[in-house]
Design a protein around this ligand. Sequence first.
Ligand code: G3P
Ligand code: CA
Length: 343
Amino acid sequence: MPFLRTSLAAFAALALAGCSPASEPEAPETQPEAATPFPTLTGELPAIVAHRGASGYLPEHTEAAFQLAFDQGADILEPDLMVSRDGVLIVRHDPYLSTSSDVADRPEFADRRRELMGREDWWVIDFTAGELQSLNARQVFEDRPQEYNDQFPIMTFGDFLDMVDAMQARCNCDIPVEPEIKLPAEHAAMGLDPLPILIAELEARGLNTEDSLVIIQSFDAPFLERLRPLTPLPLAMLHYGDAPGGDMNGYSLEQVAEFADAIGPYKGLLLNPDGSSTGYVERAHALGLVVHAWTHRDDRPSVIEGGTSDDELRALFALGVDGVFTDFPDTAVRIRDDMLRGE
Ligand code: G3P
Ligand code: CA
């Protein structure tokens, strides 16, 4: 499917051009390309993917967090997507709501608390989109700033896309997005299959085309295989990393390359504890897979033993990852700029 590769290469290039004015003239074709220290698949600079927005600073998945990420220089915005009771895609990472919203302080929803998946909580699938939009977001991590809690509402995917449209109008630039469909099989089992909802929403907005700046990610290989014939958009298979060798529903990289354009591995699958390469990026690139690694966090230990989070980011960029999900886009911009200057 060569048109998909073209689409993804264009996506990667546009991701880096995303913060430039749309009307900016192109550089002359004869201009020699500067060498960079980033051995990415396309030769472009690695993209900085805002993980749930600038979620290290502001409550995740809020308009403020996405706007801050853009202002800090992020190239791509990532929303995670759940499904509401009435079949609307909701920008949320967790299927439960108590840790990321004010739902526990809302008496009108007190009786919605119930046990599911071994946990007592309030669940996205028990609320309509309108009810979810009435909730306010909170910082999930207790050691991150809490003073912005309860100021920004939960968004639907439609709200998110409206926000991106408005941001693009303000900057006169293109802003790529990388939505992740969370728990598609689990939602489908409850009668809330996200696949037709996603396709309908993208098509309604003219975004299910090969030149749209959208890349779809999921941890669910069968979901991406179902999606493949329904969209020309690039697909990214996420690779969970806690088990030795990680977990991709038992699929190999070679099998994933049959239906996906990109791979999203946990960063610890790319770097050995001493900071050396595991060879993963080279294997993925050899299969034509773009690599978007997750998740860099300034305030969490590095996967490099004795290394800083900056060391980890430098090592990932030096491996040639094509993108890095980060809660702190400003740090990734700084490190990428430093490396470009040879520092
Ligand atoms: O989608 C990349 C990365 O975000 C996967 O982990 O759990 O943060 O969605 P998670
Ligand atoms: Ca994600």
